[in-house]
Design a protein around this ligand. Structure first.
Ligand SMILES: Cc1cc2nc3c(=O)[nH]c(=O)nc-3n(C[C@H](O)[C@H](O)[C@H](O)COP(=O)(O)O)c2cc1C
Length: 215
């Protein structure tokens, strides 16, 4: 086994290591609005949910030398953002929205993505995204050269064909995930297992018949 001490790593080597190890990462495609009223859209894969009651999302945004990324600056200024989940059909614009656009340029406009008003927050929503979550800032915590933004979700928008009761069918969602380098993945195989409670009584625990599917 290779042994690597972070103290021995130079430049962004630790970042590259982590990006290849912590995979696949879901991607928060975040829409914000600057105080000047310019819409901004950018992807962030250092992303998870941090609470379900109330529902809260967390995303880590790196600092640029001497300045904030537009998304971070806009959230500091307005306290609001919309987190989208991009599906396979959105790979190209999602990837391109991670390029460095000047603050006065709207990525969505440049990429030909239609935006619609949100219901409870000012930042707009990408209409083609299958899921959009309207968030208000709850807390910002500094970690090294990054800031971790926690937002409380005040409204979920979920495309109707994805909903099964109050749940989302992940297979139908076809979300994009990020790997190391400029690489992405799709969901691949879904393996259904017996729920833990049922498993303790079942004679033969293991994958449920008929639920293994290939994406
Ligand atoms: C798929 C993808 C995931 C990314 N994840 C992150 C991330 O988690 N944190 C981060 O700071 N930058 C991340 N980036 C880079 C930002 O998207 C990039 O710096 C972008 O220019 C920021 O835009 P903004 O200045 O409009 O906020 C990611 C880029 C891509 C394409």
């Amino acid at each position: 086994m290779l042994e690597i001490r972070p103290a021995d790593l130079q430049g962004d080597a630790a970042y590259k290591l982590l990006c290849g190890i912590v995979v696949p990462r879901p991607i928060a495609w975040i829409s914000t609005r600057s105080a000047a009223g310019i819409s901004n859209l950018a992807p962030f894969s250092c992303f998870t949910f941090v609470s379900h009651t109330p529902p809260m999302l967390g995303v880590s945004i790196g600092r640029r030398p001497g300045s904030f990324k537009d998304t971070a600056r806009n959230i500091h200024e307005t306290q609001e953002f919309v987190v989208h989940i991009g599906d396979e059909t959105l790979l190209e614009p999602l990837h391109r929205s991670g390029g460095e656009f000047p603050p006065e340029v709207s990525e969505a406009e440049q990429l030909g993505l239609e935006l619609a008003p949100s219901k409870l927050v000012v930042p707009l929503r990408v209409t083609r995204a299958p899921v959009a979550m309207e968030c208000r800032l709850h807390k910002v915590v500094d970690f090294g050269n990054n800031q971790f933004f926690v937002g409380e979700i005040h409204l979920f928008h979920i495309r109707e064909d994805l909903a099964v009761g109050n749940k989302v069918d992940s297979g139908r969602l076809r979300p994009l995930a990020r790997l190391g380098g400029p690489n992405y993945s799709t969901l691949g195989e879904i393996i259904g297992m017996t729920p833990q409670a049922a498993q303790s009584q079942a004679a033969q625990p293991g994958p449920r018949k008929g639920v293994v599917s290939r994406g």
